[in-house]
Design a protein around this ligand. Structure first.
Ligand SMILES: *Cc1c(COP(=O)(O)O)cnc(C)c1O
Length: 411
């Protein structure tokens, strides 16, 4: 049988993640990988979770081992409402403003399914989060691509592009703007308060909604918390995606969407045909954990650890890269990544072959391009390698850059 012949239009549009392919090389024990975007397993509260898991299976099995509602655990919803208020001062929501998903990734997929098709557009930044590019692209969507600056999207470009759609009578085909507001993956930047306010104004002017994806907000190492776009624009204009993947444990696969009741009802409908309901067992596990422990307090040692590793990487970059003219990197105030941009002409995708020989790995910027194009940038994650490996890795990376740059006549 020819399986390829039978694949649907949407099925033909799916690709497996290039990052996963790249990370295969990093399994070598001499390799130093800045590739993975995953948290350090030592930060997972495994003893606490193990204890609660035993309890909720033995004592709450009627709930935890049973089918649950599509929306998810009401006990967890109460905890989330408290957390949103504590972290961001978000109030005025109730249970019907929330739905849980299997990680934020499912929320991205369901939003794609509900709003995008081959006649639709959504606004993505350049570079953009790969999980969002893939989720939206599979529904055959088209993209309005807007460059990312040090304080968020270039709003002049956004405004110019949207006004063109408006002039051509096509603005209704543009559905939403996707934004990673804090410590962007991959670019590390945080959208400034001014730009958050301006984004809401633009969304109102052109009648679009904003999807604010905020997995890293609680992982701030310096500076002040900025109000979420969701708080500025309100649930009628903005949906907020959040997840326990970066602050508790990705294995729980708990993501959540906060939005207007109408929006949430739509997501619930779409989710019903995707998976009936999320696992009650991980929901209740997270709920009881949040009841018993203060998540933000528990996160303090994790923040301390990542803050230190980030400083180690920034210092190493200062030491090894500051003598290359035209190199720059983003000093992200939180999250897991540093975005390093080499001088014009460098292609970090092509340079990856050189990096393989020196056994140092990064994610080439090309991966985060909405349309496949060369990029002089790369994403470096500091959270997994021990301090001395971070320094050694940056030193190797410098050798890679010198070798590639000289061979290509760029340095
Ligand atoms: C890690 C990450 C997510 C989280 O995905 P999950 O499916 O919840 O594990 C979502 N958005 C961005 C930008 C991320 O970096």
């Amino acid at each position: 049988m020819n399986l390829e012949d039978k694949i649907s239009k949407i099925g033909r549009n799916m690709k497996s993640s290039i990052i996963r392919e790249i990370l295969k090389f990093a399994a070598d024990k001499d390799a130093i990988s800045f590739g993975g975007g995953v948290p350090d397993p030592e930060t997972f509260p495994r003893k606490e979770l193990a204890e609660i898991a035993k309890e909720i299976i033995e004592k709450e099995y009627h709930y935890t081992l049973q089918y649950s509602t599509t929306e998810g655990d009401p006990v967890l919803k109460q905890q989330i409402l408290k957390l949103l208020e504590k972290m961001y001062g978000i109030t005025g929501l109730d249970e019907d403003n929330l739905v849980f998903t299997v990680g934020s990734q499912q929320a991205l997929d369901l939003i794609g399914k509900l709003f995008l098709d081959d006649e639709s557009y959504c606004v993505l930044d350049d570079p953009a989060y790969l999980g969002a590019i893939n989720a939206f692209r599979q529904y055959l969507a088209n993209f309005v691509v807007v460059p990312l600056e040090d304080d968020g999207m270039d709003l002049n470009v956004l405004e110019r592009k949207l006004s063109e759609f408006d002039k051509n009578g096509k603005i209704k085909q543009v559905k939403f703007i996707y934004v990673v507001s804090n410590f962007h993956n991959p670019a590390g930047v945080t959208t400034s308060l001014e730009k958050r306010k301006a984004l809401v104004e633009i969304a109102e002017k052109y009648d679009l909604f904003i999807v604010e994806d905020d997995p890293y907000g609680a992982l701030r190492y310096e500076g002040e918390t900025v109000d979420p776009i969701f708080k500025i624009g309100g649930p009628e204009r903005v949906v907020l995606l959040n997840t326990f993947s970066k602050v508790l444990a990705p294995g729980l696969r708990i993501g959540m969407v906060a939005g207007s009741k109408e929006f949430i009802r739509k997501i619930v409908q779409a989710k019903q045909s995707a998976d009936l309901c999320s696992p009650a067992i991980t929901h209740r596990l997270a709920a009881r954990y949040l009841e018993r422990y203060d998540l933000l307090e528990q996160l303090e040692p994790t923040i301390e650890l990542y803050r230190r590793k980030r400083t180690v990487m920034l210092n190493a970059l200062e030491e090894y890269f500051s003598d290359i003219p035209g190199v720059k990197w983003v000093k992200s105030e939180g999250g897991l990544f540093i975005w390093l941009t080499l001088p014009e002409g460098f292609d970090t995708w092509e340079m990856f072959e050189y990096a393989k020989r020196k056994k140092v790995f990064y994610v080439p910027g090309r991966v985060f391009k909405v349309y496949d194009e060369p990029s002089p940038s790369m994403r470096l994650s500091f959270c997994l390698p021990p301090d001395e490996k971070i320094v050694e890795g940056i030193k190797r990376l410098k050798e890679v850059v010198l070798e590639y740059g000289k061979e290509k006549g760029l340095l």
